[in-house]
Design a protein around this ligand. Structure first.
Ligand code: 5GP
Length: 190
């Protein structure tokens, strides 16, 4: 997606060979015009898939996921990051390893918001090792619901997440695909 790539080139900060900071338009300050365009693009790609809900993880996925849900005219569900187990049968939980924070959290979802008949579109800001997306997929499967696809704003294609999700056979749609962050340069996949 050209406007996203241009924004990344102009405002993205390479922290090291593995991490890109996009605090000025996605992760801290949020650009609403860019989010609107992201929502339109995801909705266009997934519109024929009979999606019933959009799922994301708090907090950086919320802006692109909300604009996508608005376009598709379905609810958005924000999965929570809890620090511990909730001993309550009314919740689904699974452990996820955080890529940027080097710690784990319990991905948590109330059973109220996921039914067997649901067909879910997962949206997240970044795809790195695929831990977050795999955790969401695991929760959806534990409710015997369906997964329509995964929409990623920024995929770091040199990390293992993309290959891992491709192997599961889902429709993975990434709006910007980064080939490398070496030598302080952002290189996109052509
Ligand atoms: P994964 O679970 O695929 O390893 O990592 C995805 C999650 O880690 C995303 O939800 C995002 O919050 C965070 N993340 C991974 N890589 C980056 C990065 O380069 N920059 C930022 N800002 N967040 C990242």
């Amino acid at each position: 997606m050209k406007i996203l790539e241009d924004m990344i080139k102009e405002k993205g900060q390479v922290i090291n060979e593995d991490i890109l900071k996009v605090d000025s338009f996605l992760n801290h300050q949020v650009d609403p015009v860019l989010m609107k365009n992201i929502g339109l693009e995801f909705a266009k790609h997934f519109k024929e898939k009979n999606i019933t809900k959009v799922f994301t993880i708090e907090s950086s996925g919320i802006a692109p996921a909300l604009l996508t849900a608005q376009e598709l005219k379905v609810p958005l569900v924000v999965l929570k990051k809890q620090t511990s187990n909730i001993l309550d049968r009314n919740y689904y939980q699974t452990e996820v390893r955080s890529f940027t924070k080097n710690c784990s959290y319990m991905l948590t979802l109330s059973q109220k918001y996921l039914k067997e008949s649901d067909n879910i579109l997962i949206i997240d800001d970044f795809l790195a090792n695929g831990e977050a997306a795999s955790g969401v997929i695991k929760l959806i499967k534990s409710a015997n619901a369906s997964i329509a696809g995964v929409g990623i704003v920024i995929e770091k294609s040199f990390q293992p997440g993309r290959t891992k999700l491709d192997k599961l056979g889902y429709d993975i749609y990434s709006l910007a695909r980064i080939k490398s962050l070496t030598n302080n340069r952002i290189e996109f996949l052509k």
